[in-house]
Design a binder for this molecule. Structure first.
Ligand code: F0G
Length: 451
C-alpha cells in the first residue's frame, strides 16, 4: 500500500468552530495560534488508500519482521497518516493483549464471556503512553526536534524519556514533588531525563511546562500535543482486533488529563466515517473522587459539547472556585490526580460521539478493584483499576447490563506503583488484602504455617 505525501493527506485544525483555523503538519504549535483552543489532526481521506476492511490490518502480522508492521501503532498507519515512513519511530509498542476475564466479570456482576481487559501495561515503558509517544516522536523527528519536555503524573515522563533517548533527543520532565509513584520516577531517571520536581501538583507542572516550552522552544509531549492522541487511537483498533474485528458495547477508561477518552472518541468517529465499523460503542470515563472535575462538570453542571460551542463560563467559574479554595486534587491513583484536564473539550466531544457517561469512584473502591485484577488477572496500577470500580457502579445502577460486551482499558503495569499495593496488602487496608505472614527462622514452625 503506498501512502501519499502527508502534506496532502493530513493537516491540523482548531476544534473551535468559530475559528476552525488550519495549519500544516510541519508545524509544532500544540494550541491554535489564532484562538488558543485545542488542535486536531484531520485527514483528507480521499487522498489516503485505507484498507477496505479492518481485518486487512491483521494481515500485517505475516510481515512482522518489518518494524512498522510489528508495531501495534504503525500496523494501522493509514488511519494515522501524517508523516512519511522515514520519520516513523517505533520501539515495539502496542504488543498488548485483550484478555477475557470471567473472574473479574463475576466481581462486577457481569455474565461469563462479557468482560475484556486491555492490558496496556505490557507496553515497553509499562503504560499506554507508548502508543502516543510513537506517533508524537515521529512528528518531532519530522519537524527536526532535538529537545522535548512534558509535565507528568509519572507515566508520560517514563514513556517520553524512553522514546527521547532512543531518538537521540534530550528530555526534561516536570513532576509534582511527592505526587509520583516510585516505579515511574525511577524510569524517568534511569532513561536519562532531566527530572525537575516542582513544589506543586500536576496542574502547576502543566502550566509551567507550557510556558517553558514556549520560552525555550522545546517540543511538548503532553496529550495537548494532537499527534500523541493519533497514536492512542490504536488502543481501540487493537480492542476491535482482539474481539475478532467486532466492536464491544462499552469501552471503560480512566479519566485524568482526558487524552485517551478524547482519542478513543475520535478513533470511533473516523472508523464509522470510513465505513469500517457500523456502530460506535458507548464509553464510560472514570474519575477518582479526589480529582473529579469531569464528573462535576458533566453530571452536576450539565456541560455538553454542543457542536463545539462549549460554555466556557461554566469551566472558568469552576476553575475560579478551585483557585479560591486553594484546591489541590488527592487520590491514591496518582496517575489521574488532575483537576484541570487539558483535553476537557475534546473529551466532551468524545462523550457526544460515544453517548458517554462519567462516574467517580473512591480510593477504597479503586484499591479493592486493583486487588481483584491482581488476584484474577495480570494486575494493573491504581488508576487503571478505576475502570473496574466504575463498571461495578454502572452495573449496580443498571446502566450497563450483565450481558453486554465491555472492554476496560488497563492503562498501566502493576509494578508502576508498588507502594499502594504493598500498603493495601500488608496494612490490611481492604477486603482483598493478602498480608505476608511473619515466621520464626525454624523449619517446623514454617511447615506449621503452610499446613
Ligand atoms: N491511567 C494511567 C496509568 C495514566 O498514567 C494516566 C495519565 C491516565 C490513566 C489518564 O489518562 O490523561 O488520557 O485521561 N497519566 C498522565 C501522566 C497524566 O502524566 O502520566 P488521560
Amino acid at each position: 500500500m503506498s501512502l501519499p505525501k502527508t502534506a496532502d493527506a493530513a493537516y491540523q485544525k482548531c476544534i473551535n468552530p468559530d475559528c476552525a483555523a488550519e495549519f500544516d503538519c510541519g508545524q509544532a504549535i500544540f494550541k491554535c495560534p489564532a484562538c488558543g483552543e485545542l488542535l486536531d489532526i484531520r485527514y483528507n481521506w480521499d487522498k489516503i488508500e485505507v484498507p477496505a476492511k479492518l481485518s486487512d490490518f491483521g494481515k500485517r502480522w505475516a510481515n512482522r519482521k518489518n518494524p512498522l508492521d510489528f508495531s501495534g501503532v504503525w500496523r494501522f498507519r493509514e488511519l494515522i497518516n501524517f508523516c512519511e515512513d522515514k520519520y516513523k519511530v517505533t520501539i515495539g509498542e502496542g504488543q498488548t493483549i485483550l484478555q477475557q476475564n470471567d473472574l473479574v466479570a463475576k466481581y462486577v456482576d457481569m455474565k461469563q464471556g462479557c468482560l475484556y481487559l486491555q492490558y496496556e501495561g505490557l507496553n515497553p515503558s509499562g503504560s499506554f503512553k507508548d502508543n502516543g509517544m510513537a506517533a508524537a516522536f515521529s512528528h518531532a523527528k519530522m519537524v527536526g526536534v532535538n529537545s522535548c519536555a512534558c509535565a507528568s503524573t509519572g507515566n508520560t515522563s517514563a514513556s517520553m524519556a524512553l522514546y527521547a533517548h532512543s531518538c537521540g533527543m534530550k528530555s526534561i520532565v516536570f513532576i509534582g514533588s511527592g505526587r509520583i509513584a516510585f516505579g515511574k520516577l525511577s524510569q524517568a531517571m534511569d532513561y536519562g531525563a532531566k527530572t525537575i520536581q516542582i513544589r506543586g501538583d500536576f496542574d502547576d507542572c502543566m502550566r509551567l511546562v507550557q510556558a517553558v516550552c514556549t520560552k525555550l522552544g522545546l517540543y511538548l509531549l503532553n496529550s495537548l500535543n494532537p499527534f500523541r492522541l493519533e497514536g492512542q487511537k490504536t488502543i481501540m483498533y487493537r480492542i476491535i482486533e482482539g474481539m475478532g474485528w467486532t466492536v464491544p458495547d462499552w469501552i471503560i477508561v480512566p479519566g485524568g488529563n482526558l487524552g485517551n477518552s478524547s482519542a478513543f472518541g475520535k478513533a470511533f468517529y473516523e472508523l464509522r466515517q470510513l465505513g469500517l465499523i457500523e456502530r460506535i460503542p458507548r464509553m464510560a470515563i472514570i474519575n477518582a473522587t479526589g480529582a473529579d472535575t469531569l464528573t462535576d462538570l458533566v453530571n452536576k453542571k450539565k456541560m455538553l459539547w454542543n457542536n463545539g460551542k462549549v460554555d466556557q463560563k461554566i469551566i472558568d467559574d469552576y476553575y475560579a472556585d478551585l483557585t479560591a479554595r486553594n484546591f489541590s486534587p488527592h487520590t491514591c491513583a496518582s496517575a489521574i490526580e488532575i483537576s484541570r484536564p487539558v483535553n476537557l473539550k475534546k473529551c466532551l466531544r468524545a462523550i457526544d460521539i460515544c453517548n458517554g457517561v462519567v462516574r467517580a469512584v473512591t480510593d477504597e473502591e479503586i484499591c479493592d478493584a486493583k486487588a481483584i485484577v491482581g488476584k484474577y488477572g495480570l494486575g494493573c496500577e491504581p488508576a487503571s483499576a478505576a475502570t473496574i470500580a466504575g463498571l461495578k457502579h454502572l452495573r449496580a445502577e443498571g446502566i450497563i447490563s450483565a450481558d453486554e460486551q465491555v472492554a476496560c482499558v488497563l492503562t498501566g503495569h502493576p509494578l508502576k506503583d508498588p507502594n499502594v499495593t504493598v500498603n493495601y496488602h500488608k496494612e490490611k487496608q481492604g477486603e482483598f488484602s493478602n498480608p505476608p505472614v511473619e515466621a520464626p527462622n525454624d523449619l517446623d514452625e514454617i511447615i506449621k504455617l503452610i499446613k
